[in-house]
Design a protein. Structure first.
Length: 279
């Protein structure tokens, strides 16, 4: 018989863990490649002022912030120069953001289990929230690229926000990162009680419901060949117990499936008197 693990028995001190992560970040020396890109004093001052005014951050190494706002397309246009794009910082920022949110939820929801904590973290770091933060910080206005916003894609501002987090972590450490995310994301927008009722994926909700109630289900998505417009569309259908329940149309398979799943959830709730409770 498995024994329930009590974290108190292990004397886990979250404050000590935070301090250790912070020390690792601050003491990390940034290895500069040979012939690394050099910035003029005016460029450094421009980005330093922007970081201080919009984010309240004074970078010790402003090149980290400039790199966070350097798109791969800019590097491709300057192949002879030794320029670093922001994708590594974006990768790091994504991980640090997840850690900070996990830290916050773990501390503020002490009675909840792992499943609850995971769902809450996913709801907080969903792409729409990050895109909105990137827009509010006007990161796109300082992005080094010649591509248009449309060419950059819908999630570019969220990607830039993650790269920014990576730069702050390397320059200032975990503690400053935590405070920045708390100030910009958690306190203005996050309410744990409201998040509990928020659905971030109707497809996941539908799958959980079907599994819980032992219903066979499937998704079918294909390109809409009858559409004559220049934009490519996809049609998704949801089948439950072998019957086609709903269909939806969108510019990607993922969006079409999510839209069809959302309509199916509403049908199940409204017409068949089932409550989509998968707790």
């Amino acid at each position: 018989m498995e024994q329930e693990i009590n974290l108190a028995d292990y004397q886990i001190n979250i404050a000590d863990i935070r301090q250790h992560i912070d020390e690792v970040a601050v003491n990390k020396t940034k290895k500069q490649p040979q012939n690394a890109e050099e910035f003029t004093a005016d460029t450094k001052a421009l980005y330093a002022d922007f970081a201080k005014e919009k984010m309240g951050i004074e970078f010790k190494d402003i090149s980290l912030f400039i790199t966070a706002l350097t798109h791969r397309s800019y590097v491709n246009e300057h192949k002879k120069a030794h320029i670093e794009h922001n994708e590594r910082l974006e990768f790091l920022g994504d991980a640090i953001l997840g850690a900070v949110i996990a830290d916050y939820i773990f501390t503020n929801a002490p009675e909840q289990d792992e499943g609850y904590l995971t769902k809450m973290r996913s709801k907080i770091v969903e792409r729409r929230n990050l895109n909105q933060l990137g827009e509010e910080l006007q990161l796109l206005s300082f992005l080094r690229t010649k591509l248009t916003p449309k060419q950059l894609g819908n999630n570019i501002t969220g990607n830039l926000f993650e790269a920014l987090i990576g730069a702050i972590y390397l320059d200032k450490g975990y503690k400053t990162c935590f405070k920045f995310i708390e100030r910009k994301l958690i306190l203005p927008y996050i309410n744990i009680k409201n998040l509990e009722e928020k659905v971030i994926s109707h497809k996941s909700l539908l799958i959980e419901w079907c599994q819980k109630h032992k219903r066979d289900f499937s998704f079918e998505a294909e390109e809409d060949v009858e559409d004559r417009s220049e934009t490519k569309y996809f049609v998704a259908k949801v089948y439950v117990e072998g019957f086609s329940v709903t269909r939806a149309r969108a510019t990607s398979k993922k969006r079409a499936e999510e839209s069809a799943a959302k309509r199916t959830c509403y049908k199940i709730q409204g017409k068949q008197h089932y409550k989509l409770d998968v707790k």
